[in-house]
Write a protein that binds this ligand. Structure first.
Ligand code: FAD
Length: 756
C-alpha cells in the first residue's frame, strides 16, 4: 500500500555538549506523528548519509563551540564541504533547512551554522525553510520552539516540491542535464509524493500529517484530549481562582516578600500573593497550555545488592587523568572583597608528561557535593540501596531513535558512585525534563505548575524561576514534594558531570614541577525554591578542600601545615591562545579579575626569555587589568608591578570599578598620572584611552590582542570598543570595522579565552 510508506528526510546534527543532538533526537522522535521518517545521524558518521546523492530534504542542527569552532563531531564535515575543489553546483540537488545553536555572550555567534549555510549555498543547495539562530544567552527555546513548530509544514512543502520537480524531470520538463541519470531513489520519491497527495484518502497517514505541532495544543480543538488532560489538572477552586487553589496546597515556598496591601473599598487588609517557583498568577494560571510532547522512556535501570562494595574507579582509569597534590592555597583577595579569589598551586612533579604552556587550561574533576547526593538518594527513596550495583540497559519497548545507555556511565558502579561522579545533579532541568516529571507528580496543583513551567505560555516563568537562578533538579524536587521520579528518568535527563576547566596561571619555566590556577568562588544567591545561597559546585568543593590549609598574602605560611589534599586533573592544550612565537611581535593582553590568570603565565615566560636572550629584540607588551577596589581584589599586584619595573611588561593599565572617585583621583594624582586615567572604570575605557597605540599595534605592526575572562559582559564590551577604535582610527564604517576584526580573528591575532 503506497499510503503506508512515509516520506523520509535526513536529519544531521553536530553537537558538542549534547544540546543539538537532543533537539535532533526530539525531532526524530516526533517525525512519525507528522507522517514522516527521519533518518537521524551525527555529522561525523558520514557512512550513514550521502549528501552527494540525497534527493530528500536535509535538516541540519548544529551548535558552535569555543571561539566559533564547529563541534568536534562536525569538524570533518565542515572541512569536507569547505574544500575549494568542489564545484558551485556540487549540492545543486540538495534542499536543506538549518537550525544553528550559539550563545551571543561569545564571539562568532552561531559561526558553525553560518559556515555550513554559506558553503551549502555556495555549492548550489537550496534552502527550503528559514534558518533559525538560537541563542543560549537568552534561552535556546525562544527560537528553537517556533522553528520546530514550522519545520513540519516546511519539510512537507519541500517534499512535494522535490517530488513534483522530479516528476517534471521524468516527463522531460526539467531534464536539462543530460549527464544526470535518474537513480534508484526516484521510485521512492514518487511514493512519497503519492503518500502526501493521497493523504485525505488514507486514514493511517492522515492522522500523522495533521498540522499538529511538536506541542500538543491544549487550546486547539484538534487536540481536545490533551486539553482535557491539562484542564483537569487545574486546581479545583470555586471560581477557578488560582490564589485560593494555591493556598489549599499549603505552598511552603510562597514568597515571603509578598506585599501586604489594603484594598481601598473595604479597608480589609489582605495578602497579595506573589508568583513563585511553585505558584503562578493569572493570566498564566488560567491559561490553556501548550506543553511539549512527552519524551519516550528508553532506559531500564535495576539495582542489585552486592556482598561487598567493589572498587569502583571508572573515572580514575582515564589515561590522561592525573592525581596531584595541592601544594599551596592562597587567598588573593582581602576578606571584605565581594568575590573571593583563590590561587592553588598543584605539585605535578610526579608527572613529567604534563607539559603545559602559557595559555593552556586544564580540567578539574570534582564530585557532586556529598550532602546533595545523600539528599537525592533520600528524595528518590533509595537511601538504603546506596551501595547497590546499578544495571542500565535499553528498554525492550524503546522507541527513542539512536537511544543508547549513556557511554559515560561505567559498568559495575554503585548507586552512590553514579550520583557522585557521573551525573550533573546540579543540572538546570530543561523543559522536556519538567514535562517528564509531570507524569510522576501526584499532587494536582504541583502537576499543573510543572506543566505551566514547561509550556509555551510559561516561558517567562521558566526563565525567571528555573533558568536564570540556575535552579538544580534537587532544588526543584524539594519544591515539588509530590514528584517522585524513578532513577531511570534522572539518568535519561541529567547530563554527564563535566570537569571544570581552569587557565594555567604559571609558566613551567618559572615554576618547574608546579601548576598554578586562580578562581573566584562562585556564589548562587537564595531564590524562590532555594532557601539558602550555595556555592558553585567545583569552586565550592575546592574551597572546602583547601580551607584548612589556606594562607593569606603577607601572612607567614606555617611550617607544620596539615596534610595537603589531592585532586584529579587532565590537561586541555589550547593551540592558539599562546604568546607569539616571534618575540619581536608586540601584544596586548586584556584580563580583568581572574581573567588575568593566563597572562601571569605569559609574563613569567617572557621574563625567562628576556633573561636567556639578552640580545634579542622583544615586542612591547600591554596588560589591561581591572578589579573593584585597589586594596581588595587587585590580583597579583606585586608581581605585575615587578614585571612592569623590570620591563617585561611595557605598559600596565589598571582600573578600579568601585573605588570612590575622589580617593582614586587622589591616588592617581599622587602617582602623577592623568586625571582621565582615573575616570576609567572598566578595561574597555582604558583601552579607549590608548586607542591610537592599540590600533597601531594591531593594524600596522602585525601585533596580537588576547582577551580572557567574563564572557557575559566584558568580552562583548571589549569587542565593541575595538570596533569603535577601528572605526575612528581608520575612518571606516561599522561593516568595514567588523570585517577588520574578523580578519584579525582569522589570522589568530585577536584571540579570546572566555567563560561564565
Ligand atoms: P557551577 O556550579 O558549574 O556553576 C556555573 C555557573 O556559574 C554558571 O551559571 C556560570 O554562568 C557561572 N560562572 C562560571 N564561571 C564563573 C566565574 N568565573 N565567576 C562567576 N560565575 C561563573 N574560572 C575561573 O575562575 N578561573 C579560570 O582560570 C577559568 N578558566 C577557564 C577556562 C576555560 C577554557 C573555561 C571554559 C572556563 C574557565 N573558568 C575559569 C570557568 C570554570 O571552568 C567554572 O565554570 C567556574 O569556576 C564555575 O564552576 P563551578 O563548578 O564552581 O560552578
Amino acid at each position: 500500500m503506497p499510503c503506508e510508506v512515509k516520506p523520509r528526510f535526513v536529519l544531521l546534527y553536530g553537537s558538542q555538549k549534547g544540546q543539538a543532538q537532543s533537539i535532533a533526537e526530539g525531532v526524530a522522535e516526533v517525525a512519525e506523528e507528522h507522517g514522516l521518517v527521519a533518518e537521524l545521524s551525527c555529522l561525523s558518521h558520514n557512512e550513514k548519509y550521502n549528501l552527494e546523492k540525497e534527493k530528500s530534504p536535509v535538516v541540519f542542527i548544529v551548535s558552535t563551540t569555543g571561539d566559533g569552532e564547529p563541534p568536534d563531531n562536525a569538524l570533518r564535515f565542515v572541512r569536507r564541504i569547505k574544500k575549494k575543489t568542489l564545484s558551485t553546483d556540487h549540492y545543486k540537488h540538495l534542499s536543506y533547512a538549518l537550525l544553528a545553536l550559539g550563545d551571543t555572550n561569545y564571539a562568532n555567534f552561531c559561526n558553525c551554522g553560518k559556515t555550513i549555510e554559506r558553503r551549502l549555498q555556495e555549492l548550489g543547495a537550496k534552502q527550503f525553510y528559514a534558518t533559525g539562530y538560537a541563542d543560549d544567552g537568552v534561552g535556546l527555546e525562544v527560537v528553537v520552539d517556533p522553528w520546530l513548530d514550522g519545520l513540519w509544514k516546511a519539510i512537507k512543502g519541500a517534499l512535494s516540491k522535490m517530488a513534483s520537480d522530479r516528476t517534471g524531470y521524468l516527463k522531460g520538463e526539467a531534464g536539462d542535464s543530460p549527464q544526470e541519470t535518474p537513480d534508484s531513489s526516484i521510485p521512492d520519491v514518487q511514493l512519497n509524493l503519492l503518500s502526501i497527495a493521497e493523504r485525505q484518502n488514507c486514514e493511517s497517514v492522515r492522522a500523522s500529517v495533521e498540522p499538529v505541532s511538536k506541542f500538543a495544543s491544549a487550546a486547539s480543538p484538534s487536540a481536545s484530549a490533551t486539553q482535557t488532560a491539562v484542564s483537569d489538572l487545574r486546581p479545583a477552586s470555586p471560581a477557578g481562582s488560582p490564589g485560593l487553589a494555591s493556598q489549599s496546597h499549603g505552598d511552603a515556598s510562597v514568597s515571603t516578600s509578598a506585599p501586604e496591601t489594603k484594598t481601598k473599598d473595604t479597608g480589609v487588609p489582605h495578602v497579595e500573593l506573589a508568583a513563585s517557583l511553585t505558584r503562578s498568577l493569572p493570566p498564566l494560571s488560567e491559561s490553556s497550555l501548550n506543553v511539549p510532547a512527552l519524551p519516550p522512556l528508553y532506559l531500564d535501570v535495576s539495582l542489585q545488592e552486592v556482598d561487598s562494595v567493589e572498587r569502583m574507579d571508572g573515572l580514575l582509569n582515564k589515561d590522561t587523568l592525573y592525581e596531584v597534590s595541592i601544594s599551596r592555597a592562597v587567598q588573593l583577595t582581602r576578606g571584605d572583597s565581594v568575590k573571593m579569589a583563590l590561587l592553588l598551586e598543584l605539585d605535578i612533579s610526579a608527572y613529567p608528561t604534563i607539559t603545559h604552556q602559557p595559555g593552556d587550561s586544564f580540567d578539574v574533576f570534582c564530585p557532586n557535593r556529598g550532602t546533595e547526593v545523600e539528599d537525592m538518594l533520600r528524595r528518590l527513596g533509595l537511601h538504603e540501596q546506596r551501595n547497590h550495583r546499578v544495571h542500565i540497559s535499553l528498554r525492550k519497548d524503546n522507541k527513542k531513535r539512536g537511544a543508547q545507555v549513556p557511554p559515560y556511565i561505567p559498568q559495575n558502579i554503585s548507586l552512590l558512585y553514579l550520583l557522585t561522579w557521573c551525573l550533573e545533579i546540579r543540572h538546570v532541568p530543561k523543559k522536556a525534563f519538567l514535562r517528564a516529571l509531570v507524569e510522576h507528580t501526584g499532587d494536582a496543583v504541583q502537576r499543573r505548575r510543572l506543566q505551566e513551567l514547561c509550556s509555551k505560555q510559561g516561558t517567562a516563568d521558566y526563565n525567571l524561576y528555573v533558568r536564570d537562578p540556575s535552579l538544580s533538579v534537587l532544588e526543584l524536587l524539594s519544591a515539588f514534594p509530590s514528584c517522585m521520579p524513578p532513577l531511570s528518568l534522572l539518568i535519561e535527563h541529567l547530563p554527564k558531570l563535566q570537569p571544570r576547566p581552569y587557565s594555567a596561571a604559571s609558566s613551567c619555566l618559572r615554576h618547574p614541577g608546579k601548576l598554578h590556577f586562580v578562581f573566584n568562588v562562585v556564589e548562587f544567591p537564595a531564590c524562590s525554591g532555594r532557601p539558602a545561597g550555595r556555592r558553585g559546585l567545583c569552586t565550592g568543593w575546592l574551597f572546602d578542600l583547601i580551607n584548612p590549609v589556606l594562607v593569606f598574602p603577607g601572612k607567614a605560611e606555617s611550617s607544620g601545615s596539615p596534610a595537603l589534599p589531592k585532586i584529579h586533573v587532565s590537561l586541555r592544550p589550547n593551540c592558539s591562545f599562546r604568546p607569539p612565537s616571534d618575540l619581536s611581535v608586540p601584544f596586548i593582553m586584556v584580563g580583568p579579575g581572574t581573567g588575568v590568570a593566563p597572562f601571569i603565565g605569559f609574563l613569567q615566560q617572557r621574563e625567562k626569555e628576556r633573561q636567556e636572550n639578552p640580545e634579542a629584540t622583544f615586542g612591547e607588551t600591554w596588560l589591561f587589568f581591572g578589579c573593584r577596589h585597589r586594596n581588595q581584589d587587585y590580583l597579583f599586584r606585586e608581581e605585575l608591578e615587578d614585571f612592569e619595573s623590570s620591563g617585561t611588561l611595557s605598559h600596565l593599565k589598571v582600573c578600579f570599578s568601585r573605588d570612590d572617585q575622589e580617593e582614586e583621583e587622589e591616588e592617581e594624582a599622587e602617582a602623577a598620572t592623568t586625571i582621565s586615567a582615573a575616570r576609567c572604570k572598566y578595561v574597555q575605557h582604558n583601552l579607549l584611552l590608548h586607542s591610537q597605540q592599540i590600533t597601531d599595534i594591531l593594524l600596522k605592526r602585525n601585533g596580537c590582542i588576547f582577551v580572557c575572562g567574563d564572557a557575559k559582559n566584558m568580552a562583548k564590551d571589549v569587542n565593541d570598543t575595538l570596533m569603535d577604535m577601528i572605526k575612528t582610527e581608520l575612518q571606516v564604517d561599522q561593516l568595514e570595522a567588523m570585517k577588520t576584526l574578523a580578519r584579525l580573528r582569522e589570522e589568530k591575532r585577536y584571540l579570546q579565552d572566555i567563560w561564565g
